[in-house]
Design a protein. Sequence first.
Length: 135
Amino acid sequence: MILRIEHLGIAVNSMENANALFEALLGKPHYKVEAVASEKVGTSFFKVGESKIELLEATDPESPIAKFISKKGEGIHHIAFEVDNIYSSMKEMKERGFQLLSDEPKRGADNKLICFLHPKSTNGVLVELCQEIRD
């Protein structure tokens, strides 16, 4: 079950420039910077009320973020929804006809298990499902 909008992912060319811009826009600094080697991306997070902004910078020219920016430019990359159980949510989305980009959830940034839905099945919007990892 979808609980809330967890974050908006924004693809950027320069994390340094984007952090400065969002710090000025939001009036506060980012609270976390993290690399996700499996996705070849560096991330930076800002809190906005109960939601977050995740800045995404490619760490490899062949990463999905680098390809996104070369095709579409900087900007909104995805919307992430927090779910109560990623496994049941993935099964439910597949049953509803949405195309998953992976059969199993992956470890993402900010202590999350994640799975993306293909934009072809979501009106052109890359949707991320995410669940806090419970140790």
